[in-house]
Ligand binder design. Structure first.
Ligand SMILES: [Zn+2]
Length: 292
């Protein structure tokens, strides 16, 4: 499943549509991606509007629509907000205005110049509208790279959860929005700390510092180094990028047969922690070693 850096890269793929007017909305109305808002309601809400802005938060993408061009150039406030989740296999790409819909293209925004295509053959993704409001994301958890992601805030969020494991905490989207399996393993390895360590054994200041380093690095190596020069190739989990985090990251070794720790060369261990398949270095991250 795409994590925050892949989601941000996907958002950038559709960015060329900002400022353009929607002349048609195509959908496959009976697919599961419309389980929150019927396709017909999305179509009527977005037709003839302009794409005003977009942003990502964790694993979420938001495109906002209004009655004028970009907010920057016209001062128009968005009136409608469309949220996209990529699920397991959702893909965003750009095509020409006359692009012909294929079987798995469940949602297409058409402008005079472009088709913004959302394709999802597994249909675990979601496309839905928010009720009209200024900011539908106002109450979302603070992102890891936000200045408000403080040590005091992290302490508040974890104070009643001291028996939770580090891996489970990292996967909790209310605490680390956008962090998924590969980033969680990377953070544990960088601390370094066994992913099954209970929070009571953990140095939260170190966790905060390292999680911010990994989020910043992931955005740099995945979103920034893969500029969507050719949006027609789009974003597709697992096969979408030319550039990935470098070999000094655990990312490059965690699923390789015979994969070894890029720091000490020990063979990596694998197991299920917090219900997810997890990789760690038994030498750098021994079980039971306190980080407090
Ligand atoms: Zn190691």
């Amino acid at each position: 499943m795409p994590e925050l850096a892949e989601v941000e890269l996907a958002r950038r793929i559709w960015e060329p549509g900002i400022g353009q007017q929607i002349v048609a909305v195509d959908s496959h109305p009976r697919t599961r991606v419309y389980r929150d808002t019927p396709a017909s309601i999305i179509e009527s809400a977005l037709s003839t509007t302009f794409i005003v802005s977009s942003r990502s938060h964790g694993k979420r993408i938001l495109f906002s629509f209004g009655n004028g061009g970009s907010r920057k150039s016209t001062g128009t406030n968005p009136t409608t907000h469309l949220e996209l989740h990529l699920g397991m296999a959702g893909r965003l790409f750009l095509a020409g205005h006359d692009y012909e819909t294929t079987k798995h293209d469940h949602f297409i925004l058409r402008t005079k110049k472009l088709s913004l295509v959302y394709s999802d053959y597994r249909q675990f993704g979601r496309v839905y509208l928010h009720d009209p409001c200024v900011d539908p994301w106002e109450s979302l958890p603070v992102e890891v790279l936000d200045a408000r992601f403080t040590l005091a805030g992290l302490r508040r969020l974890t104070i009643r959860r001291m028996r939770t494991t580090l891996k489970a905490l990292l996967l909790d989207q209310t605490v680390f929005p956008g962090v998924g399996n590969w980033m969680a393993d990377e953070i544990c390895w960088r601390i370094p700390c066994h992913p099954g360590t209970r929070l009571q054994e953990l140095n939260l200041a170190r966790l905060r510092t390292v999680s911010r380093q990994v989020c910043r690095g992931a955005l740099h190596h995945v979103a920034d180094k893969n500029p969507p020069r050719d949006g027609t190739r789009g974003f597709s989990p697992g096969s979408y990028v030319e550039q990935v985090p470098p070999r000094r990251w655990l990312f490059q070794h965690r699923w390789k047969a015979g994969g070894s720790c890029p720091r000490c060369r020990s063979p990596l261990s694998r197991g299920t922690i917090a219900t997810r398949t997890t990789a760690w270095c038994p030498t750098c991250q021994p079980e039971g070693k306190s980080q407090a």
